[in-house]
Design a protein. Sequence first.
Length: 317
Amino acid sequence: MRKRALGLLVMVERTGEPLLVRTPEEFRAACDAQRLTAGPGSRIGFVPTMGALHDGHLSLVRIARARAPMVAVSIFVNPTQFGPNEDLDRYPRDLEGDVAKLARAGAGLVFAPDPASMYPEGEETRVRVGPLADALCGPLRPGHFEGVTTVVSKLFALAGPSVAVFGKKDFQQLAVLRRMAADMFFPVEVVGAPIVRESDGLAMSSRNAYLDEGERVRAKALSRGLSAAWGAHAAGERSVGVLRGLVQRAVASVSERIDYVAAVDPRSLRARADDATLGEGETLLLAIAAHVGKTRLLDNVVLGEDPSPVVTSTTAP
């Protein structure tokens, strides 16, 4: 298997097209073969995704390419992280289009398994998550982070020594996976990448495709609220309640249902009280989960660390 994978990777280098593999065994062999080719101590770049790729995903590929000689991308809509009333069946899927985008972005390997290969008959092991999963989305999506950590632990075990890049739009997911990788001694460096936004500030997301024209216009209020808080903080505002309130008002003006507008410590994800005042050098994560129409959108900014959510380009930093 490894010899065949090595031969296929040589062909990838010649053609410029990524190698598409469908089974865990093929993926592991291809990753091992790449490290063997690259030399002792080498790692691959790894970008786990659920597909329906946009410029935000491709920015993760570019970051991974800068850190490793080859980038592998997984495309798998993971059933165990979706609740019974969530959008598993209608989640956008376009494998052919995704592979074409990844070829242009410079990925060398695409792993697109089916659910039966990732969760074979008789499998029963799940990863138990800790307190980082109890905040924000955790109480609203029971079992979600157990599903996320379980599938990513499988992917990390198959990929082996690597640099895995995740977007900061899913800030809690990034924090949970970084903790998991450290706790489980995976030979994986977890890297967080900046949110990539549309020219009007809306955070890029595969679920943006669900928005109709009017909803798409209304959704801009999420980044506008974060920008208002960012500007107030930059001007010297340190009241947690005032900063959170600026976001809350903007989101409330457009959202059919707000799951949360939260102000939390970026490291522990513990909530900061509205009557708290930020100290010198303290950072604050302002995080949103809100429904515009039937679409659940996420966005966030870390005050004192991130640039303003208002951008003028759709390309990655």
